[in-house]
Design a protein. Sequence first.
Length: 179
Amino acid sequence: RCGWCQGLLNLRDSESINMSEVDPKILEARLKLKESMGKNVTKIGGAGGARRTKKVNKKVDKNEDKKLKQQLSKFKIQNLPDIEEVNFFKDDGTVMNFKKPAVDFSVRDNLVVVSGSPETKEIEAMLPDILRQLGPEQAAKLKDVVKKDSLKKKDEIKEEDEDDIPDLVGTFEDHSKKE
């Protein structure tokens, strides 16, 4: 062990250090060190300083769209005009809805390309307009949802009826005749 490490071990082993025994220059140096470390200033450069890494913002590659179009042109795709809406039904009961998408197709390769920005919605939110587009699986799910809603409404109606004034079972005249 070096002499400096040995001195630290000896300081730790002693039970108490008398501050009057510590050299005033050491106390001043400790005070300066404490002041400089206390500030939350990031120091850049200099000897012994940590290097700051440059934060790189990842940009969307514009060439990616060009590459995709080049690959699609190999399939000789054709544009389908005048399509106002495209819906993709997911297994979890949601719908990916594209408003005015660009739809391209290739009959030879059985390929359809839908491009645009989708909105993910619940089937119930799109109900009146989407009924014609539902397949058998979605129709069955929709029936289940309607049944659950109707059961909830019936339960709510029963709870409301329990809070109301009860219906009359008989009349006061019938009750007085029995006595």
